[in-house]
Design a protein. Structure first.
Length: 80
């Protein structure tokens, strides 16, 4: 189930779905400049959100590594 949710939230899948939705919008007569504006807004927002999520994961991993180092240091100091 987790891999299915991961696929649904991947940037590639979201970008392809947006392409399909905007293609359908053009087919049904939505103005091209409106579609371009919407796609620009979505692309900008997706870039920002992706950056924030990625940096959060990197920071969380760094904190996890620091905690591991502290635990090892405590164990070594207790052993002495």
């Amino acid at each position: 189930m987790k891999s299915f949710l991961t696929r649904l939230t991947s940037r590639k899948f979201i970008a392809s779905m947006l392409g399909v939705i905007l293609g359908i919008a053009v087919t049904f007569g939505v103005d091209g400049s409106t579609v371009t504006n919407v796609m620009g807004i979505i692309t900008s927002a997706a870039s920002i959100v992706s950056y924030i999520i990625t940096e959060g994961k990197v920071d969380a991993a760094s904190v996890g590594n620091i905690i591991d180092y502290i635990e090892v240091a405590e164990e070594e100091s207790e052993a002495e």
